[in-house]
Design a protein around this ligand. Structure first.
Ligand code: DI6
Ligand code: FE
Length: 408
């Protein structure tokens, strides 16, 4: 029997710093939590188990990065330089750059090369206490390359101690071979790519970029209809650059989440609330494209729409590999509070991820997936800018990352 009592720790089991327990203990058997509470109340049978002393550190649920484009080839630093010289993100996209330039690099990359490039972006997330990550396709934009991306995403989940859920984002951009024929491409997405990839077990959810430089409401709805025919949950890149009514459409399909949301209006917020959708805010993209329109935090709070925070790790608008930095940006740029951003990378992110049963909070019966933080206060998780704070990551009761090994 694999039995351990983790003790001498301060516990934030719900990812809410307003709900904590000092000097706590967690009993773990065969990778699952079997008891959790004040160390002084540890019941007899567990008192005899082997112990792990966490030296007074804070323990939170493993973090969940619920919106990433982690798998792709190449990088777009030169476009970044163009934008610094005044060319807008939309202009670059209209001139055949942007997503399409990453499509070329992704199609050209071998599966092995794609895995290696993507693993290098996954590892920093894992070292920050991330134990679950969503990974989208969307840089293949044709069947074989989309399959290659989703296969690499699955392989990352098999070879690293992280739960990966994949999202088919075939409707991310119009590939060059379908220039001027967006409806025909949506036919290809709905009638060929999605069914084939779903039948191959590569798709856990479906996403659409609903935007002026993406796809229309009507085209987005066709993709959602195709997802519904396969009983696949949906999510949407919505209201990122303009108010197109995407979040309201996604809410009609009970979307797990609508994401970005800088231009979301009250009708969209109300629709999200009614649908139980999570608002996934992406401060890295807001910051990196120098957006000035803030997401409607006050409306989201007033309607009590759950808010998650994610890296949106992608080469064009958010080349980020730090969820903690996103917490800092969400407080500093969006004026979110520490409780909001910590819940935003744990329990709310787990809902947007599509598996709040196993991720986002710690409880008896759930996997012992937790992050250990050498901090005095949980506010430090949003306070420090780019500082490594996670000293240990435990997944299924086993230590899978241990920064204390640095010290000799
Ligand atoms: N919105 C974004 O910010 C990313 N995708 C999307 O639909 C950008 C992706 C890229 O520029 O490569
Ligand atoms: Fe995105």
């Amino acid at each position: 029997m694999n039995q351990t009592v983790w003790h001498h720790l301060n516990l934030c089991a719900q990812g809410d710093p307003r709900d904590t327990l000092q000097n706590a203990a967690i009993a773990v058997e065969n990778g699952a939590i079997v008891w959790m509470g004040a160390a002084s109340a540890l019941p007899e049978p567990f008192a005899q188990w082997p112990r792990e002393d966490l030296q007074g550190a804070w323990v939170t649920p493993g973090l969940v990065d619920c919106h990433t484009h982690l798998v792709y080839g190449g990088q777009r630093a030169d476009e970044f330089a163009q934008r610094l010289a005044g060319v807008s993100y939309e202009e670059i996209a209209r001139n055949g750059g942007g997503i399409v330039s990453t499509v070329r690099a992704t199609r050209a990359a071998s599966e092995e090369s794609l895995f290696a490039q993507s693993a290098a972006r996954l590892e920093p997330l894992l070292a920050e206490g991330v134990t679950a990550v969503e990974i989208k396709s969307g840089y293949g934009l044709e069947l074989d390359a989309e399959r290659k991306m989703l296969r690499v995403a699955r392989q990352l989940g098999e070879r690293y101690p992280v739960t990966v859920r994949t999202t088919f984002l075939g409707a991310h951009a119009l590939p060059p071979e379908f220039a001027g024929r967006a409806d025909a491409y949506i036919d290809e997405v709905c009638e060929r790519m999605l069914p084939v990839l779903a039948d191959e077990g590569l798709v856990d959810a479906v996403d659409v970029f609903c935007e002026r430089i993406g796809f229309t409401i009507a085209q987005s709805e066709r993709v959602f209809e195709a997802a519904a025919r396969r009983n696949l949950p949906v999510k949407m890149h919505a209201e990122q650059l303009s108010n197109g009514g995407g979040a309201a459409l996604a809410a009609r399909y009970r979307a797990l989440s609508s994401d970005h949301l800088e231009f979301l209006d009250e009708a969209g917020v109300a629709a999200m609330k009614e649908a139980g959708s999570v608002a996934v805010l992406l401060p890295g993209a807001y910051y990196f494209i120098r957006e000035t329109q803030l997401p409607p935090l006050d409306l989201l709070r007033r309607y009590e729409v759950p808010i998650a925070i994610s890296t949106d790790s992608n080469p064009g608008t958010s080349p980020a590999t730090s969820l903690l930095l996103m917490m800092n940006m969400a407080t500093t740029l969006f004026r979110m509070t520490v409780p909001e951003v910590l819940q935003g990378v744990t329990q709310h992110a787990a809902r947007a991820f599509g598996d709040a049963e196993r991720h986002g909070t710690l409880a008896v019966g759930r996997p012992a997936d937790f992050a250990v933080w050498q901090v005095q206060s949980l506010a430090e998780l949003a306070y420090w800018i780019g500082r490594p704070l996670c000293t240990r990551v435990v997944r299924g009761g086993k230590t899978v990352f241990d920064r204390t090994l640095f010290a000799h």
